[in-house]
Design a binder for this molecule. Structure first.
Ligand code: HEM
Length: 442
């Protein structure tokens, strides 16, 4: 793929990241000043702007990375060289249409997919084209697939299915049955996350394998066990989204067991990989290595949090508070974004763009990223605990009084968010510029 479409995906992904964190920052300002730009974009609209844009960052950077690995690292001839360009054009056009749909108030979709549901059709088309190209290329050229090919292929297939499933509510007979409707809706969101996790975790195993320079790493029993656990989690791990819905308790217990085991195994894989690396390899890929270590740390923190709030009695108090937001931002930033930044820096080192980054400054900003994220996360936990206390243990305090009591916590949330945004921009901007220059060269 000499045409470098993968770079266009990565550039679009970084643009989405920049825009997404800006929306996040504006939303956090609206916590402090509820009237802030309310007439232009109120909080209930700013939130989908933020969430959709940061999810796009995860999807686009995973897609761009996979295209790069297949064509440049593995040097596999793509089944079609034109399909990635069509795929990119569809995603770009749909992204613009989604913003237009938000701005014009056409938000008939639900929760995380609140844009006009018609826009899911081009998104699905993009995934189908990606799938056709992926399977036709890999099936023809690779025998005895290492685990990452399984993970990427599974992620693509399930992404297509769950995008459809998330829209089953549009079928009137489905909508008529409330419990079925809500269960399937939240199940699909859980599995949707599971699908992009397949892409992202596959990328993490790929990079570890390449840095180590040992293909056996991706064919071992442990990584395949991890894959099957991830697959089971993708199918059944949605149970924690449906706590309030009456269902068989064993479904939840099985789901928790699987998702916790998956994370324990991921920590174990990264830790084992770290121990087996030589100092020279750690230095050669120092930035990608650092981000993988950060991801490992965040898997651990989120595991502890998830273990706690999976206990039914605790979940009852945390449900609908900022503790849930801490969990989703802790995983999407701490784990997903860190792995994807490792991928982007790995790609940059393969493209010989390393000189564009002053390593010392970069390392300082990576430290800032991790520390500010930790403080940001802790503040969310504190805000969630205070809200839960208000919801369940106080009777006479009004909502507005509770919000006022959170004022300084919201200020701290904004400040740590600003630090986090500063670190992300400082880390990613040099990458962004060097990718743009690279596209322009040819
Ligand atoms: C890569 C960066 C980021 C990612 C991947 C991310 C991801 C997310 C996700 C997935 C949610 C939905 C939470 C849920 O429904 O439980 C969310 C909500 C939110 N995020 Fe972020 N976020 C990022 C950066 C930021 C930053 C830098 C800020 C602010 C400084 C921020 C502020 C918010 C706010 C205010 C919400 C809404 C929470 C609510 O519903 O009350 N985010 N984010």
């Amino acid at each position: 793929m000499k045409n470098k479409t993968y770079l266009l995906f990565l550039i679009l992904a970084i643009s989405a990241l920049f825009l997404g964190i800006l929306f996040g920052l504006l939303a956090s300002l609206q916590y402090i000043f509820p009237e802030f730009i309310k007439s232009i974009i109120p909080f209930n609209e700013m939130r989908p702007f933020h969430v959709t844009t940061v999810i796009s960052w995860i999807i686009l950077s995973s897609t761009g990375s996979i295209y790069f690995y297949i064509t440049h690292e593995e040097k596999l001839p793509l089944f079609s060289r034109i399909l990635p360009k069509i795929h990119f054009s569809i995603f770009l056009a749909t992204g613009i249409a989604i913003y237009f749909s938000f701005l014009t108030g056409k938000t008939e979709g639900r929760e995380y997919l609140s844009y006009s549901p018609i826009l899911t059709i081009p998104i699905l088309l993009g995934w189908i084209l990606f799938g056709i190209n992926y399977f036709k290329t890999i099936l023809k050229n690779v025998k005895n697939w290492p685990v990452y090919y399984w993970m990427w292929g599974t992620g693509i297939v399930f992404m297509i299915y769950h995008l459809c499933e998330a829209h089953f509510w549009m079928i009137p007979s489905f909508r008529a049955h409330f419990i079925k409707d809500i269960t399937v809706q939240w199940k699909s969101y859980g599995s949707f996350v599971g699908s992009w996790n397949m892409l992202v975790y596959g990328i993490s195993i790929y990079i570890m394998c390449k840095i180590k320079g040992d293909e056996k790493f991706a064919r071992g029993k442990k990584v395949f066990f991890f894959y099957f656990l991830g697959l089971t989690n993708l199918m059944f791990g949605w149970a924690h989204h449906t706590y309030i819905i009456p269902m068989q308790p064993w479904i939840r217990y099985v789901a928790y067991g699987i998702s916790m085991t998956e994370w324990i195994l991921l920590i174990h894989i990264i830790y084992g990989w770290k121990k087996s690396l030589t100092q020279q390899k750690k230095e050669e890929f120092s930035i990608a290595y650092k981000f993988l270590m950060i991801a490992d740390f965040w898997v651990f923190l989120n595991l502890v949090l998830a273990l706690l709030f999976s206990i039914p009695v605790i979940n009852f108090f945390t449900h609908g508070t900022h503790i849930t937001v801490a969990h989703s931002m802790g995983t999407t930033i701490g784990i997903n974004t860190s792995i994807l930044l490792a991928s982007l820096f790995f790609i940059a080192s393969r493209l010989k763009l390393k000189k564009a980054f002053p390593i010392k400054i970069l390392l300082k900003n990576i430290k800032l990223y991790n520390i500010s994220l930790l403080l940001f996360w802790i503040i969310l936990l504190i805000a969630g605990t205070k809200r839960s206390h208000w919801m369940y243990f106080t009777k006479s305090i009004q909502f507005s009084e509770m919000q006022d009591s959170l004022y300084y916590i919201y200020i701290a949330f904004f400040c740590f968010g600003l630090l986090l945004v500063t670190s992300i921009v400082r880390i990613v901007l040099p990458l962004f510029i060097s990718f743009i220059k690279k596209v322009k060269i040819n």
